[in-house]
Design a protein around this ligand. Structure first.
Ligand SMILES: [Zn+2]
Length: 433
């Protein structure tokens, strides 16, 4: 799925610093639904600045330090402004330590009845950070948890050690720079299953499923990752953890996907219902590694992941299963058109998207990729996708980058196609199928 937060509404703006790394330590109190945190933010100065700006959600910031020096700061809504003593020189580096606490109303879900805590996007509600899709950094996340809990996090679990007060310290490390909206974690008394395929550590967690059931729910993961890696021209890197939590939309986090227990049950009953597992896995490339530069180009994340999940379904269950997905997208598009809610795939503002706007970027976005596939033919289309994915691996993109890659590889002028389907309101219905 995708971030739903208010933070997602903010357009990206020029920033005076580039965050390189977050070193975070969080202590969630599940019964009290409370969080204490400290984050060290390593940054490089891009432009002279007397104030540095971060997203802090509704967290109460108690202290900010640069080295040993405490710095004055102020809050304006969700924004934290830190005043630095003298203008920082471009090119120089710094480390800021921020102490905070909070009882987040969203972004972090506490389920005391399940002894569970997990994130739902809105990263700045539990981590002071730069919450923008074009800001990438590495992350080390240490979670102080009650003994006996298992955790799921970004990247790789480095260690679990005894901590203070009978707690355990779980340390997760993400070594690839990623946008902060794909940071997240989950913790509970999970049952777990693991396997190692193609050098990738695959981990599955849930409370309500046995290890054996988990292996059935997520049994196609390795093949999916192989398929998407082939389509992207880039192999999956690192470990991949999937956890079923109390209740969530599907979440594509870096090296981690969170899905709901209810969905896991559905896949167990019907193994063909794995489109959401595939959607989140596809995001590991399209969304996480190749990321829309701002939310106006969100279709590059969501249309792509929706389309790629259907491409996997086609590979796994045959062309008819793929056609059924295309048919559903087309029906959704027709419904949008009949109520006058169709829209260009690129949004000037993605401030408070309606359900219809989301259908535009997800279902219409996927449908447009299907049409492009038909127009270019198998060979040219997939070569274009591969070129685009490789060229922008680890980068932020706009629709122009995607179009350029598809035009270069196919040798076709896609101006008319993009004007009709991507940039503008499409021609009246029935003009195209
Ligand atoms: Zn998605």
């Amino acid at each position: 799925m995708a971030p739903l937060s208010a933070a997602a509404a903010e357009p990206s703006s020029p920033r005076s610093i580039d965050v390189l790394h977050y070193e975070a330590r969080l202590r969630p109190d599940i019964p009290a639904r409370r969080l204490d945190g400290r984050v060290r933010i390593d940054f490089r100065v891009l432009a002279p600045a007397r104030t540095l700006q971060f997203d802090a959600g509704e967290l109460a910031v108690t202290r900010v330090r640069l080295g040993e020096a405490a710095l004055p700061f102020e809050r304006t809504g969700h924004v934290l402004r830190v005043h630095v003593p003298e203008s920082l020189r471009p090119g120089s580096r710094g480390q800021l330590a921020v102490d905070y606490a909070g009882t987040p109303r969203y972004g972090l879900e506490f389920h005391p009845e399940r002894d569970e805590v997990y994130t739902i996007f809105s990263t700045s509600q539990w981590l002071v950070c730069v919450d923008a899709p074009d800001e990438r950094a590495t992350l080390t996340l240490s979670l102080e948890l009650p003994a006996g809990l298992r955790s799921a996090g970004n990247g790789r679990l480095v260690s679990v050690r005894a901590g203070e007060g009978g707690r355990s310290l779980h340390r997760w490390r993400l070594v690839e720079p990623m946008p902060s909206y794909v940071y997240g974690f989950a913790a509970a008394r999970y049952a777990a299953a693991s396997e190692r395929v193609d050098g990738i550590g695959l981990h599955y967690l849930a409370i309500e499923r046995s290890p054996d059931e988990l292996r059935r729910v997520f049994g196609d993961t390795a093949r999916m990752l192989r398929f998407f890696g082939m389509r992207a021209g880039r192999r999956y890197r690192g470990d991949y953890t999937q956890a079923l939590v109390a209740s969530t939309v599907g979440q594509e986090l870096a090296g981690l996907s969170l899905l709901s227990e209810e969905y896991g049950r559905r896949v167990l009953d019907d193994p063909t219902a794995q489109a959401l597992i595939a959607h989140e896995a596809a995001h590991q490339w399209w969304g996480n590694r190749v990321t829309c530069r701002d939310w106006g180009h969100f279709w590059l994340n969501e249309g792509m992941a929706t389309f790629m999940a259907a491409a996997w379904i086609e590979q796994r269950f045959g062309p008819q299963a793929y056609r059924a997905q295309v048919e559903r997208w087309h029906e959704r598009l027709q419904a949008l058109r009949s109520k006058g809610a169709d829209h260009a795939l690129v949004y000037a503002q993605w401030t408070s998207p309606s359900g219809d706007d989301r259908a535009v970027v997800y279902q219409k976005g996927a449908y447009v990729l299907h049409l492009l596939r038909e127009q270019l033919g198998e060979e040219a289309f997939w070569r274009g996708v591969r070129t685009y994915s490789r060229a922008h691996d680890g980068r932020s993109v706009t629709t122009a980058d995607f179009r350029a890659a598809m035009e270069t590889t196919s040798g076709q002028d896609l101006g008319p196609f993009f004007r009709e389907w991507v940039e503008g309101p499409p021609l009246p219905a029935a003009a195209r199928r």
